[in-house]
Design a protein around this ligand. Structure first.
Ligand code: SAM
Length: 280
């Protein structure tokens, strides 16, 4: 069946451009254009938005985003072998795809984008988590993005949406849920990718809230949460001892039992604790 954009099937693109997958770059490609179009639709209404895509590879998701009507796509790719394949897509969608060669961790894409901006990516796990944390912790809120639609290992996706009392609950859940609304919107088996990775994956869609759910200083909250979960088995009065000499009183002021452990404390309670700690 010919692709809707008149470009060759992705399996042919990979052969033509010699894009054998490199493990070091976390290359597990999505070659089913129906699936990439579905992921693009999960990113929301793209028609009025610029989309930042990290790691386009041979361009399956890029083609999905453009076919689903993205106003413009800015794609950042580290592997220069992919650039000719991406240039063919740019030619098929004149003026709508810009590709930057480089490491997404080093490039500031904002000069190339016009709001509203959505982010969509199928990235290697380590880069994905690092970028997610950066996107969730800018100095000011709301951030540059309206939504993030990101592929993760299923286990990481579960950490992002986890609730108190579960093993997966921790720093990532609190960062993601304080100022955004995250949901797992698609589960994918290993065979959805070429080559198939060892683990299952999931797409997480996060929308930015206009303001944080509860008041707290971001730096203090991050510090409290990091310390609390660094020693997640310890009671909070011990795990947070270094934070303030009277931490026991501050925990009580925030409505938290000093004998509680981090994994039972809600986002609202962590924010109250951050306020109590910042109160000096
Ligand atoms: N989006 C494509 C797809 O769905 O088929 C490729 C996905 S593959 C899992 C990850 C892509 O990210 C690869 O093309 C890889 O070269 C690229 N990549 C890896 N590290 C990167 C980085 N630090 N910055 C930009 N791209 C990177």
């Amino acid at each position: 069946m010919p692709a809707i954009d008149g470009l060759p099937p992705l399996r042919d693109v990979i052969v033509t451009h010699g894009l054998s997958a490199k493990k070091a770059l976390g290359q597990n490609f999505l070659l089913d254009l129906n699936l990439t179009a579905k992921i693009a639709r999960l990113a929301g209404d793209l028609s009025g938005s610029d989309v930042l895509e990290i790691g386009p590879g041979p361009g399956g998701l890029t083609r999905g985003l453009l076919a689903e009507g993205a106003r413009r796509v800015l794609a950042i790719e580290k592997d220069r072998r992919c650039l000719p394949a991406l240039a063919e897509i740019a030619a098929a969608y004149p003026g709508r795809l810009e590709v930057i060669e480089g490491d997404a961790l080093d490039i500031d894409p904002l000069a190339h984008l016009t709001p509203p901006i959505r982010v969509a990516a199928n990235l290697p796990y380590n880069v994905g988590t690092e970028l997610l944390v950066r996107w969730l912790t800018p100095p000011d809120w709301p951030p540059f993005w309206d939504s993030l639609t990101l592929m993760f290992q299923r286990e990481v996706a579960e950490r992002i949406v986890a609730t108190p009392g579960s093993k997966a609950y921790g720093r990532l859940a609190l960062l993601a849920q304080w100022r955004a609304d995250p949901h797992i919107v698609l589960n994918l088996p290993p065979e959805a990718f070429t080559p198939a990775p060892k683990v299952s994956s999931a797409v997480v869609h996060l929308t930015a809230l206009p303001a944080p759910r509860h008041a707290a200083d971001p730096k203090v909250l991050e510090r409290v949460v990091a310390m609390a979960f660094n020693q997640r088995r310890k009671m909070l009065r011990a795990a947070l001892k270094g934070l303030a000499p009277d931490i026991q009183d501050r925990l009580i002021a925030a409505g938290i039992k000093p004998t509680d452990r981090a994994e039972t404390v809600s986002l609202e309670q962590f924010c109250a604790l951050a306020r109590a700690v910042a109160a000096g």
